[in-house]
Design a protein around this ligand. Structure first.
Ligand SMILES: [Zn+2]
Length: 93
């Protein structure tokens, strides 16, 4: 009879462990989704590029053809696309 009570207690502990592991699995799944979203963001020009070093948003300095990282301050060259006009052109010519 004592053995049965011990088995029940063991089963209860194991169930707690399983529940804990399931919570951890949920967490890692969320972390993977987060990472995936970050990768999608990085590839999406419309939503703005991010620094490959520290992942902070880059500040567009189109007139200088540069992107400046708002996190670590790194400068990333940003050549204009072929045929693209600079935003601040000289209109007096
Ligand atoms: Zn950076």
């Amino acid at each position: 009879m004592m053995g049965l009570a011990r088995d029940r207690s063991t089963i209860g502990k194991l169930r707690q462990q399983v529940a804990m592991l399931e919570r951890r699995l949920d967490y890692s799944r969320e972390a993977q989704l987060l990472l995936l979203n970050k990768l999608i963001d990085a590839g999406d020009d419309a939503r703005g590029k991010r620094c490959p070093a520290c992942w902070e948003p880059l500040v567009d300095l189109r007139t200088l053809e540069l992107r400046l990282c708002s996190g670590c301050g790194a400068e990333h060259p940003w050549p204009l696309d072929p045929g693209q006009q600079p935003l601040l052109g000289n209109n007096r010519q």
